[in-house]
Design a protein around this ligand. Structure first.
Ligand SMILES: [Zn+2]
Length: 232
């Protein structure tokens, strides 16, 4: 192949991988064994469904300690806060600290995050006793259907804890009104609180790909229509 031919071919590949599914694994020129993986991944890059009501908790989850130890991987910032004041109400300073940590990576803007999400993070911290890592919090993005945009979602992981173990525990907290997504390849769990029915999904997008979608880089009409409104 001539140099021009090779250039055109790589351009075409780039266009293909960008336009098909921004968050689904497609053949990428830089991915080793891309052609082998392609077939398997096409089967179920994403699958989601409403949570079975029978799997939800019948009672609200226990009150958390209020302690949250969280590192924002995008900013390399770590905070340790206690959510509650002595009378049991939320400590505004702690909320401010977390809101700042949750700020949009792309635009730097902050949003008041739903404190119930922070309580979920505290329950997770109570359970595993290890600092949590925030992969993504508030996202000031075009895709306004995302709970990241509404300030009630986080993508998290815990070094030393598998995402499946984390996912299992988070699922056990849901008494209704949570969105929980497992990202086995990207290595994190999406957790949100929402005013609507609980939703579950698994997304096999490789690291960075689901995120590039979520940043609003690829908000195609086709993509929007295919993907449920309530994910990632
Ligand atoms: Zn997410």
């Amino acid at each position: 192949m001539s140099r021009l031919g090779a250039l055109l071919a790589s351009l075409a590949l780039g266009l293909l991988s960008g336009s098909a599914h921004a968050d689904a694994p497609t053949a990428r020129p830089d991915a080793p064994h891309a052609s082998k993986k392609k077939k398997r991944n096409k089967v179920a890059a994403f699958s989601g469904n409403l949570a079975n009501p029978g799997e939800l908790r019948s009672e609200p989850p226990p009150k958390p300690s209020g302690t949250v130890v969280l590192t924002a991987v995008n900013f390399k910032e770590r905070v340790e806060v206690h959510l509650y004041q002595e009378d049991g109400s939320f400590d505004p300073e702690a909320l401010d600290t977390l809101n700042h940590l949750f700020r949009c990576r792309r635009t730097g803007t902050e949003k008041a995050i739903d404190p119930r999400l922070f309580e979920m993070l505290s329950r997770i911290y109570d359970r595993f006793g290890r600092p949590l890592e925030l992969v993504s919090g508030f996202r000031n993005q075009e895709r306004v259907t995302s709970f990241h945009f509404h300030g009630s979602a986080s993508d998290i992981r815990i070094p030393g804890v598998s995402e499946r173990a984390l996912h299992k525990f988070v699922t056990s907290l849901d008494a209704g009104g949570m969105g929980i997504g497992l990202y086995p390849r990207a290595g994190f769990v999406h957790v949100d609180v929402r005013p609507e029915a609980s939703y579950r999904w698994t997304d096999y997008s490789p690291p960075g790909r689901s995120d590039s979608f979520a940043r609003g880089t690829f908000v195609g009409k086709k993509k929007r229509a295919r993907r449920p409104a309530s994910n990632s």
